[in-house]
Ligand binder design. Structure first.
Ligand SMILES: Nc1ncnc2c1ncn2[C@@H]1O[C@H](COP(=O)(O)OP(=O)(O)OP(=O)(O)O)[C@@H](O)[C@H]1O
Length: 251
């Protein structure tokens, strides 16, 4: 088992945000997490990353407890957070020495995988949002993380760039065979990328449904099996809306 994410309770003051979430993600799986705004998706991912340790429960990666951020858990934020004064290859290498031939070779390999060949010497101000996000992904991958955690990584991008980056991500996942956990608002994205899908409900955040996605890659958004899954996810969303409404109606 690669990642076991067990959060009995997470609260901010008196506001209970996550309640009894138990997710077990096997090696090499691609888990997508979807749910209404405010259901605690980002909070859950931050807990998995070791960025938030104030919760009841236990998070383990390959049986080691996660107590702080580390290179085992790469984290990709919605905004890329590159260093503006460094080139693409320097941003990817960051604190590692590009003069080391091994580092240089790995950086070049990743630049090719994220499809930025011939942009090695560009600065972030010369890159589009999608290119910058690919640099951030390469930077995380250079550290050989055991799991890559992505928080709405394509949320700020236009629809075309977003689709392109989804394909880049599937390509990376297949080539590197790395476990991924991605949070998104986008139902199509969650089905297009995931091998497993966790649907959360809000107030407090709980697991509504765990859905295996057994579609082969490359996937097509227009396939009937894809459409069928989309319908299923929408139905689960409707159930969460009804339950919120029912709870609200009693107040
Ligand atoms: N640092 C914080 N202090 C207090 N409350 C917080 C903090 N961070 C998040 N929250 C609250 O926790 C709840 C869950 O937030 P979170 O950002 O995890 O949700 P989300 O599902 O990722 O939302 P969205 O999809 O809108 O990004 C929200 O009610 C939010 O207001």
């Amino acid at each position: 088992m690669t990642v076991s994410l067990h959060v009995d309770e997470k609260a901010f003051g008196r506001n209970v945000v996550l309640d009894n979430i138990q997710l077990n993600i096997q090696n090499g799986e691609f888990l997508t997490i979807i749910g209404p705004s405010g259901c605690g998706k980002s909070t859950l991912l931050k807990i998995a990353a070791g960025l938030d340790t104030e919760y009841e429960g236990k998070v383990q990666i390959n049986k080691r407890p996660v107590t702080k951020p580390g290179i085992s858990q790469g984290f990709i934020f919605q905004e890329h957070r590159l260093f503006p004064w460094l080139t693409v290859e320097q941003n990817i290498a960051a604190d590692l020495n590009l003069r080391d031939p091994d580092v240089k070779r790995k950086v070049q390999e990743l630049i090719d995988i994220v499809r930025l060949t011939s942009n090695e010497k560009a600065y972030p101000s010369e890159l589009s949002g999608g290119m910058s996000q690919r640099v951030a992904i390469a930077r995380a991958l250079l550290r050989d993380p055991e799991v890559l955690l992505l928080d709405e990584p394509f949320g700020a991008l236009d629809a075309f760039t977003r689709k392109h980056l989804q394909d880049v991500l599937v390509d990376i996942w297949q080539k590197k065979k790395i476990t991924m956990i991605l949070v998104t608002h986008d139902i199509d994205e969650s089905i297009y990328l995931g091998t497993q899908l966790a649907i959360l409900r809000a107030n407090p955040g709980r697991l509504q449904k765990w859905l295996p996605i057994e579609l082969s890659f490359p996937r097509s958004r227009t396939d009937t099996s894809f459409q069928y899954l989309r319908q299923k996810v929408l139905e689960e969303f409707e159930k969460t809306e009804h339950s919120v409404y029912a709870e609200g109606a009693g107040i």
